[in-house]
Design a binder for this molecule. Sequence first.
Ligand code: OSB
Ligand code: MG
Length: 368
Amino acid sequence: LRIEAAEVMLVRLPLKFRFETSFGVQTEKLIPLLVLHGGGVQGISEGTMEAAPMYREETVAGALHLLREVFLPRLLGRSFANPEALEGALGPFRGNRMARAMVEMAAWDLWARTLGVPLGTLLGGDKAEVEVGVSLGIQPDEAATVEIVRRHVEQGYRRIKLKIKPGWDVQPVRAVREAFPDIRLTVDANSAYTLADTGRLAALGAYDLTYIEQPLAWDDLVDHAELQRRLQTPLCLDESVASAADARKGLGLGAGRVINLKVARVGGHAEARRVHDVARAFGAPVWCGGMLESGVGRAHNIHLSTLPGFTLPGDTSSASRYWHTDVVNEPLEAFDGLMPVPGGPGIGVTLNRQFLAGVSELHEEHRA
Ligand code: OSB
Ligand code: MG
């Protein structure tokens, strides 16, 4: 695994839908892309942090800085036995896991393409398609919520996740559950509640939710454990699991019973696999979350989801829901709630260089 050169690009893609969560409204995505070159092969990855630190603490500007000044200078011109060995070179740095994951994930793709195997296979997965659900933003009213759920249920998505916030929680959930008594339904609060809201969250227990995702603070495990003791509905941890150690502590404390595993949030595929393994040891299901990725991050997510512990449908819905034109050539479309794993070596998708040349706000080349 030799890293000879790197390209850093930045694209701003308009979202096809307005995505409202408890932390704000998104209408576009600012996406840094990384290409690592070595041995005549390219490995690609996408940064999933946002321009503003609303989900967790990382930012696009911070990631670009770290790539230019810290990570790439330490990696260019070097050879590594495998992607795990590269983790060592990034080891001394604190936090910034989404930025580190850009390098780590591109290295996995480069390595898998060098070996000529699909990334999922290299990680230990064995599925040809993965089960997917959909994450639906906050809608203007209950009727609009039921309508958008209906459209996605008709498309075959195997789980519907509704974004909620204080003042918009029991109402949409009740309306959707009454209209669809049998669907697998979940909610995601993105850290909008505190223990003082226990009564409100307990009221959601009447609607047969598979789990409540990240109700409390983004960096908390202790209050989640207290809340889980008070609720029957399982809690699912997202924001507050940044590592396998966090997964061990969270599941050990009883802070949740399910993990939304986002590969970039935990620093890359190697750490994601360790989180997956910790969860399996606890008997806790994991599922693959999303960050409104372009086809690059989406393909990484699909490959990771082929591991055996991913037993609940993920958020990796069809790319055409999000983008008019994707940055990759291959369509990533689910049918009947099943997303085919892109075939061929690595993550199985290739950059649409022509489209990128037209829309990139930045295109840098780095060499040793
Ligand atoms: O909390 O899972 C989340 C999107 C951006 C940031 C955080 C989250 C999400 C989603 C959307 O829920 C998942 C997707 O469709 O990619
Ligand atoms: Mg979430």
